[in-house]
Design a protein around this ligand. Structure first.
Ligand SMILES: [Zn+2]
Length: 150
């Protein structure tokens, strides 16, 4: 599961049908927003609405914690609704990303069959993970072998 893989949702939380539907909607919205950002277009209104709905559904409560190391912001997630809280967190990450300095590094994976967005660590990077890079290289090598052998 995408959210669990990204550490946003504890494993013990299982999504019911409506929540998985919401997650799908949110994921599609993020893809649309990232795509719009990457192409300099305005995003579809429903994508923006979906992100804002997730932001508002179960926002974390901001808190100021103070330890021996000094003050620290310590947002407390809404534990009453873990799935919605995870969606809110995800939406907040996306909003921070799109409005922050890292937005310029957003890129869509160029590997065939992969639809992930990632942050480029360097300008030439075009694949989200080394697995995707290896997959592309293997496919290229296979195609080259097939092309040269009779
Ligand atoms: Zn990929």
């Amino acid at each position: 599961m995408w959210l669990v893989r990204h550490g946003l949702l504890p494993d013990r939380v299982s999504l019911n049908g409506r929540q998985s539907g919401r997650l799908r909607t949110l994921r599609e919205a993020l893809r649309a927003l990232f795509g719009a950002y990457a192409t300099g277009a305005r995003p579809p209104a429903d994508a923006l609405d979906a992100l804002n709905a997730a932001l508002a559904a179960a926002p974390a409560t901001p808190r100021l914690a103070w330890s021996a190391d000094g003050p620290r912001r310590d947002d407390v997630p809404d534990t009453g609704n873990p799935a919605a809280a995870a969606f809110s967190l995800l939406a907040e990450d996306a909003a921070d990303l799109l409005t922050g300095a890292d937005a310029a590094r957003l890129a869509e994976c160029a590997a065939q069959g992969c639809a992930r967005w990632f942050l480029r660590s360097h300008g030439a990077r075009r694949r989200c993970t080394t697995q995707c890079g290896n997959r592309v290289r293997a496919a290229r090598a296979y195609a080259a072998r097939k092309g040269t052998s009779p």
